[in-house]
Design a protein around this ligand. Structure first.
Ligand SMILES: [Zn+2]
Length: 258
């Protein structure tokens, strides 16, 4: 027997499903990530998609069928007008949400993630005009906080090996082990750390700032070309090391033409 239920959600992503249907993934307050289908044949998709495919907090009415959830109704409980009218803002929300879709499994309740996603959308909604570099940086700082939330908080202050506080210019970064190793540990066991690479002090400071400071603070740091490149490479290396699927387009690439 089918069961109807209601939930509040942020739609993360959607794709075509079968010939006439669409499949959605959404993050809910109560159930973590869920997936559901909108069936083209049953109820006109045209009525549902405007609410499901723009950035919004929605109230979903779902049918829990035997194999999957089907959407029976949707109401927008909160819209984000300034996100709709800006390509930069839409890009920021959609790419962040695509990353969340990749990094989470269905039906794992996570009470902190929903407010975190909502805070991101609220922050993006209020953004002033920003450059493509700033947009890429904001997205990467979102990714870093999200990784950290998932349990991949990189060690940026103490050597992963000997736990001694990192000194300027005297460490390397190792994505798979998730942090920095001091030069002396690196030299002691070059085989274990062979893929560790040098990053500069400015990049390390920017990583620390991105992870510890809240979204609105991320408009402050000065972004210089070389530091920004290393910053992006470092965060992408973390995503590659820990995610089951890797985004097709890098965060920097996604914001390049904004
Ligand atoms: Zn060490």
């Amino acid at each position: 027997m089918s069961v109807l239920f209601e939930t509040t959600a942020l739609v993360l992503a959607w794709r075509p499903y079968r010939e006439h249907d669409r499949s959605y993934s959404a993050f809910t307050r109560e159930h973590g990530k869920i997936e559901f289908v909108a069936r083209g044949g049953q109820k006109p998709l045209a009525k549902l998609t405007p609410h499901l495919e723009t950035v919004a907090e929605v109230r979903l009415l779902l049918v829990d069928g035997r194999q999957y959830f089907t959407v029976a109704g949707v109401d927008r409980s909160r819209g984000f007008q300034s996100v709709y009218s800006s390509l930069t803002k839409t890009t920021l929300v959609q790419n962040a949400f695509a990353l969340v879709d990749m990094g989470t499994r269905t039906h794992e309740v996570d009470e902190e993630l929903y407010p975190f996603l909502l805070r991101w959308v609220e922050f993006v909604e209020l953004l002033p005009d920003i450059t493509a570099e700033r947009a890429g940086y904001l997205l990467a700082s979102f990714a870093l906080k999200f990784l950290s939330h998932l349990g991949y908080h990189p060690e940026l202050n103490h050597c992963l090996m000997c736990r001694v506080a990192i000194r300027e210019g005297n460490y390397r970064w190792h994505a798979l082990k998730g942090g920095v190793v001091c030069q002396s540990c690196f030299e002691k066991d070059a085989e274990q750390w062979f893929s560790a690479r040098l990053i500069d002090d400015t990049t390390l400071k920017l990583l620390r700032f991105a992870i510890t400071q809240d979204f609105p603070e991320q408009l402050r740091p000065h972004l210089s070309g070389q530091t920004l490149s290393t910053f992006h490479e470092t965060i992408e290396s973390l995503i590659i090391a820990h995610f089951p699927v890797i985004p097709a387009v890098s965060m920097r690439e996604a914001c390049k033409h904004l």
